[in-house]
Design a protein around this ligand. Sequence first.
Ligand SMILES: [Ca+2]
Length: 320
Amino acid sequence: MARHRLNRIGRWLALGAFLAICLVGCEFFQPGPQADFTVNPTIIYANETFTLDASTSVGSGSLVSYRWQLSDGQTLAGQQVNTSLAFPGTYSIELVVEDANGETDRYAQPLVVYARSGTVLLEEDFSDADASLARWVLDPTWASANDAQIDFIHGSSGNALYIRSAASRWHRRYRAIELPPLRVGQEAVFSCRIMTLRNQDFHTFLFAPARAEIDSLVGALPYYLFTNVKDGSYIQVPSSLGTDVGHPIGYEPEVYRWHTYTFRFGRDSYEFLIDDDPWMDGPLDAPFDDSSQWVILIGEESLTETCNAYYDDLRVSIEE
Ligand SMILES: [Ca+2]
């Protein structure tokens, strides 16, 4: 009787050991599914179809479902799906796979969507007259709304923004813009035509193409400042005041002159041009390779008398 019971205990122990080995073995030989995917093509542009391909996912049983979640809100199903994203930016894509045993796995990776070179992000010619003033928000820190208006200029310019700030104050206006991420080789190009006189004391005008905040240089990209104190024309980078780049505005009484100021920002350097002539270049303080909200800031200041400047044809584009 005692021997019979010992045999039974022995059998239970053997069965337990077998089950334990089997469980470990089952785990080893039958791993759950592993989600994985590739994106084609490698470089994705806004509004262009790309393919998400989950055929690199693995699982012991045959995978029975593939579910995709894109951070713009799209949900898709299938091992291979085609889709597109309307706006440039950085997104995340998550894949959840499920096998025949009901086991699931998820895998996510970021996806950067670029704008095609040639994309125009902003074009301002003030052609709709006073309505355009609403697009260029007054910086209330500095001046009153009455210091600017839209003026018609005979010739090719037509309507332009005319700023005449009273003595000892700025009149600045700004507009928010969202820039796409820059692919290697791409540049964000900002240009603005400005017309003014030199025969005014302490006259200063500003073209600040990309600031993170209006009143701070933190996170700002280089900008252009002209002052007729010593005929100075300066590229300012946020970490330094810059030096005179040597582009005085020629003096003739009552003669206004248009010049086009252009910044080309790459991912880590900039180039500045006047009337399409390369004028200065240098490194950026911080890499410029992600999409962000920026502010374009323009304006004019006089310390001692009423001064004026005209702004027209502001343009922002993505180019090679
Ligand atoms: Ca115009």
